[in-house]
Design a protein around this ligand. Structure first.
Ligand code: ARG
Length: 400
């Protein structure tokens, strides 16, 4: 590596650039470019605050805001060239700003560090992901409710130990999932409320001596308030972990419904059929219709649980405040948001298109004495018979 590879933003004291391997392990741009909209939004809020506080001039502020808007446009139009040598999204945007507007670009980083910047960007991103996932969850709930209503009187066996236990209705069964997804939404709501504090102003870890207005940037970015403690603001990722754990629970719920769809569509059951749109055929067995989407939802819960575990282990034992370990927080979160979104959409599609075979469900109720419990209850309730006594010495209603 030569001096021409020295990082333009922090390399002032460095004679040579990083080794190729160092550059590869250090760069996060391949994945954190997904934070571009949040990064620019937070930079604009920071810039407006710096101007309002008289920390930078109106002219510099206007040039920065205008430059950031143009960069946002370059990115959305696919014209922006992301450079691994510039490590991450923050330095890519800032370097481009310098190319566009010259030295005034450097003033944007007054009174902030990449540490409070990345924590802010990531909170904004996770907040947006929660909002999108909660909408997807609502759509699934609505679809389940529609089917439940349609099948409020469609009798099917309810199971315990996967043995036919007591008759229920298909509507009743589906409504169990409406409850689960409702609690999953509740967990996202809780996580969102706790994450909605703004790290900006914490700077590297200890705050800044510039007369910034943290309340202004927090409000501008839709946060409820600034974070109370600067070390905490830059170093905790519990908001990402709460997101992942709420997502993992939702993925587990989806995997159970997916497994039921696999069972219900199998030939011994034939309770429901999935549509062409959500099944695949077999290359050698023409009679087959495979519930691949359901199987994949069942499988993907593993990845989401894995992502939660991965970030828990990354964060374990990291001393305060920021450490580069935290750069590894993003991929599990991005992957989880994508995976859960896809699983919710696929489940919604499968449920919406479901054909229910009420006769097969009813016929399955005719075997295995599944009304035995109801009959026993009826004998006691209506005929006033006493329930069998469990005492070995009492003869009341015992079999012999
Ligand atoms: N790309 C970094 C991350 O995601 C940004 C923060 C870098 N901070 C630092 N002190 N090197 O964590």
């Amino acid at each position: 590596m030569t001096s021409s590879d020295v990082n333009p933003l922090w390399g002032g004291r460095f004679a040579a650039g990083p080794s190729e391997i160092m550059a590869r392990i250090n760069a996060s741009i391949t994945f954190d470019k997904r934070l571009h909209a949040e990064d620019i939004r937070a930079s604009k809020a920071h810039c407006a605050m710096l101007v309002a506080q008289g920390i930078i001039t109106h002219e510099d502020g206007a040039a920065i805001l205008n430059g950031l808007d143009q960069i946002a446009q370059e990115i959305t139009e696919g014209r922006f060239v992301f450079k691994a040598a510039l490590e991450d999204i923050h330095m890519n945007v800032e370097a481009r700003l310098a190319e566009r507007i010259g030295p005034a670009a450097g003033r944007l980083h007054t009174a902030r560090s990449r540490n409070d910047q990345v924590a802010t960007d990531f909170r904004l991103w996770v907040r947006g992901a929660i909002d999108a996932l909660m909408e997807a969850q609502s759509r699934l709930q609505g679809t389940l409710l529609d089917q439940a209503e349609r099948h409020a009187a469609t009798v099917m066996p309810g199971f315990t130990h996967l043995q036919a236990a007591q008759p229920v209705t298909f509507g009743h069964h589906l409504l169990a999932y409406v409850e689960m997804i409702g609690r999953d939404r509740g967990r996202f709501t809780d996580a969102r409320r706790r994450l909605n504090e703004c790290p900006l102003g914490a700077a590297a870890l200890a705050g800044t001596s510039f007369p910034i207005d943290r309340h202004r940037t927090a409000a501008e970015l839709g946060f409820d308030r600034p974070c109370a403690n600067s070390l905490d603001a830059v170093s905790d990722r519990d908001f990402a972990l709460e997101f992942l754990s709420a997502a993992a629970l939702c993925a587990v719920h989806l995997s159970r419904l997916a497994e039921e769809l696999v069972l219900w569509t199998s030939s011994p059951f034939r309770f429901v059929s999935l549509s062409d749109a959500f099944t695949t055929g077999s290359s050698i067995m023409p009679q087959k219709r495979n519930p691949d989407a359901a199987e994949l939802i069942r499988a993907k819960a593993g990845r989401v649980i894995g992502a939660l575990n991965a970030l828990l282990v990354v964060m374990k034992g990291v001393p305060l405040a920021y450490a580069k370990d935290m750069q590894d927080d993003k991929e599990p979160v991005f992957e989880t948001a994508d995976t859960l979104n896809l699983c919710l959409a696929a489940m919604t599609g499968m449920i919406a298109d479901l054909t229910v075979h009420a006769e097969a469900m009813g016929a399955a109720c005719a075997v295995g004495h599944i009304t035995a419990t109801d009959l026993a209850d009826w004998l006691v309730r209506v005929l006033g018979m006493l329930p069998p006594c469990r005492s070995p010495t009492c003869k009341r209603l015992s079999p012999t």
